[in-house]
Design a protein around this ligand. Structure first.
Ligand code: ATP
Length: 217
C-alpha cells in the first residue's frame, strides 16, 4: 500500500458524548496524529444498547459535538446512528460505513479502554474486526484483560499503528495518550449540584449547556 493510501485512514470515535468534553477531543486529535488518520468522525449513538438512555436527546448531543469541533477540519460529526430506529449497534454502523467508503480504505474504530473491556457484550462483537480495526485509548488505571475469551481475542490481533493504516481491518492497537481524567459522568454531577463545568468542555459547549438548561435536574 502506498504512503498516501496509508495516510487516508478513517477513524470513527463512537460514544454517548453526553456531553462531549476535552478528554474526548484532546484524545481524538492525539490519536489521529499518532495513527495517523486523515480524518476522525465523532459518531454519537442514538440509543446506547448497554446503558440507561442518556436523558439528553441525540440531536442535542450531536449539536454539542458540532460546536466542539468547529474549526478543526480533520474532525466531523457522523449522525448515521441518529437516523436509525432502535438500539445503536456499532456493527450496523460499520456495515453502512463500509458501503460508503468501499472495502479497501483503513477504517479504525476508536474507543477508551473501559469500552474495550466490555467488548464481548456488544452485539455480534466477533464480527467487528471484519469491518474495522480498533484503536483503544488507555485511560488511567486501565489493565489489559488477563484471561477469558476476550483477552485471547484481543491478544491475537494486537497490532502496531502502521499495521492499522496499511490494511483495511482486523487489528487491535492500544495506545497511551496524554491522560485527561475527565468524564461526562463527572460533568453531569457537577452541573446537577450547581457547580461549574467550565474548562472541562469547550466554551461553546458550556454556553450551549447553559442556554438549554441541560443537566440541571
Ligand atoms: P460517561 O462518564 O457518561 O460514561 P464518558 O466521558 O466516558 O461518559 P462516553 O461518551 O461514554 O464518555 O465515551 C465515548 C468514548 O470516549 C468511550 O470509549 C470512552 O472510553 C472514551 N473516553 C471518555 N472519556 C475519555 C477521556 N478522558 N480520555 C480518553 N477517552 C475517553
Amino acid at each position: 500500500m502506498s504512503e498516501s493510501q496509508a495516510a487516508n485512514a478513517l477513524a470513527v470515535f463512537g460514544g454517548t458524548f453526553n456531553p462531549v468534553h476535552l478528554g474526548h477531543l484532546r484524545s481524538a486529535i492525539e490519536l489521529l496524529e499518532h495513527l495517523p488518520a486523515s480524518e476522525l468522525r465523532f459518531m454519537p449513538c442514538s440509543l446506547p444498547p448497554h446503558r440507561e438512555p442518556p436523558g439528553i436527546s441525540a440531536r442535542q448531543r450531536a449539536a454539542m459535538i458540532e460546536l466542539a469541533i468547529a474549526g478543526e477540519p480533520r474532525f466531523s460529526c457522523d449522525t448515521r446512528e441518529l437516523e436509525r430506529a432502535g438500539p445503536s449497534y456499532t456493527i450496523d454502523s460499520l456495515d453502512s460505513l463500509r458501503q460508503e467508503i468501499g472495502g479497501q480504505r483503513s477504517l479504525i474504530l476508536v474507543m477508551g479502554c473501559d469500552a474495550l473491556l466490555g467488548l464481548d457484550r456488544w452485539h455480534r462483537w466477533q464480527e467487528l474486526l471484519e469491518h474495522c480495526h480498533i484503536a483503544a485509548i488507555a485511560r488511567p488505571g486501565w489493565e489489559w484483560p488477563r484471561d477469558g475469551e476476550l483477552a485471547a481475542y484481543l491478544e491475537s490481533r494486537e497490532s502496531k499503528a502502521p499495521e492499522l493504516t496499511a490494511r483495511p481491518a482486523g487489528g487491535v492497537h492500544i495506545t497511551s495518550l496524554r491522560p485527561l481524567e475527565i468524564s461526562a459522568t463527572e460533568i453531569r454531577r457537577l452541573l446537577q449540584s450547581g457547580r461549574s463545568a467550565r474548562y472541562l468542555v469547550p466554551d461553546a459547549v458550556h454556553t450551549y449547556i447553559h442556554q438549554h438548561r441541560l443537566y440541571t435536574q
